[in-house]
Design a protein around this ligand. Structure first.
Ligand code: NHX
Ligand code: ZN
Length: 351
């Protein structure tokens, strides 16, 4: 480095999350001699980081850092530090002397989806549409075998979103199988699919834009990066340009013919279309359950996995539908309905 003599005892430490855009001069031998690559923390790392950042903060004994570590896949150390700070602010705002578990869970949701927007006035009709959309994701997620378990479903608006469904991996993962991706694709499309099935094609909404983008991008990656199209085989299509010039991403360099381009488009289209049909099959077969879940969600606004499970069992026993995957009791052995249970037909009519 300029300005340092070799006999000066100065150690320069630097960090970046964009090593690809550093001036090569910085990386020449004798400049930064040791390069340490850090992954985002795994679940154990997240737990340890949460412990460090909560050390000097008053935590309620009910706070379970293990559970929080589980709920924060992909969070960096900085995100986790921010998470605890935000929770402390929420606690102070609520005049609590200690940070409770709910402060921390609320602050996770804020980091992922933005702050709650309770003031947004949403009509009963739109609430039901949103509930069908979210429960479409959630029901496809709980029914298919290779999806991450659904953790929470809500129609409380946050940031840009009118509702969202949160799934969580059971464990840290470095590889994702094709079976998992295909099921994930169906879950992503489950929202739009439920709108279509319940409200009819004419009443599908603009709200699914982000899901549709996600599904398209995922399917394209399966074909062009991960070699998961039978027809096109394990080839890379398009060289991604890592070099960024003057802050402009040069994007993808095409290295395939016009003919292949059209085959890629067909394969991507096929993956998305197949996933949509898979979602549709699940939701058709479990339409009674979907209706029960959605009408309940309109009432409670936020539902966790155990409550979803209860309502699924309820709906299946009420309607004599055989439980999927052999889970739950047979219809005659079903427990009595809780007093607040709303039969799906009535709830739908009343909305
Ligand atoms: C709008 N928002 O823009 C309204 C406010 C279909 C029930 N007129 O798929 O909220 O329509 O499962 C990141 C995340 C745009 C970026 C969400 C960009 C949502 C979200 C549009 C639920 N949940 N859509 C969803 C939703 C919308 C949007 C986003 C984004 C809806 C859907 C947003
Ligand atoms: Zn959605």
């Amino acid at each position: 480095m300029d300005g340092f003599e070799t006999n000066q005892h100065v150690i320069v430490i630097a960090a970046t999350n964009r090593p690809d855009v550093l001036d090569p001069a910085l990386l020449r031998p004798g400049r930064f001699d040791r390069h340490v690559m850090l992954d985002r923390p795994d679940i154990r790392g997240r737990r340890a980081i949460l412990e460090v950042h909560s050390r000097n903060k008053p935590l309620d004994p009910g706070v379970d850092l293990e559970v929080l570590a589980k709920q924060t896949p992909g969070f960096s150390g900085a995100d986790l530090s921010n998470l605890i700070n935000e929770a402390a602010i929420l606690a102070a705002r609520g005049n609590r002397k200690v940070i409770v578990m709910n402060d921390l869970e609320e602050s996770i949701a804020r980091v992922i989806a933005g702050p709650e927007r309770k003031s947004r006035m949403i009509s009963e009709k739109e609430k039901l549409t949103i509930a069908y959309h979210e429960m479409g994701h959630a029901l496809v997620g709980t029914t298919l075998e290779h999806t991450d378990p659904v953790h929470k479903v809500t129609i409380v608006s946050r940031g840009q979103a009118l509702g969202w469904t949160m799934s969580l991996p059971i464990e840290d993962r470095y590889l994702v199988s094709k079976a998992e991706l295909v099921d994930q694709l169906a879950q992503i499309l489950g929202g739009r699919c439920a709108e279509d099935l319940i409200l009819g094609e004419d009443n599908i909404t603009t709200g699914a834009s982000d899901d549709i983008r996600k599904a398209t991008n995922l399917a394209r990656k399966m074909v062009t990066e991960w070699g998961m199209s039978d027809k096109l085989g394990p080839l890379t299509f398009g060289e991604r340009q890592e070099m960024v010039f003057l802050g402009r991403d040069l994007g993808e360099q095409r290295n395939y013919s016009e003919g292949i381009a059209s085959e890629i488009d067909q394969e991507v289209h096929q993956l998305v279309a197949d996933a949509f049909q898979r979602a549709k099959k699940v939701l058709r077969e479990r339409e009674v359950v979907l209706r029960a879940l959605a009408s309940r969600l309109v009432e409670v606004e936020t539902m966790d996995a155990p409550e979803m499970e209860r309502i699924i069992k309820e709906a299946e026993s009420h309607n004599g539908v055989a439980p999927v995957n052999g889970s739950g009791p047979p219809p005659e052995a079903a427990p009595p309905a809780p007093p607040d249970f709303v039969p799906p037909a009535e709830a739908a009519a009343g909305a």
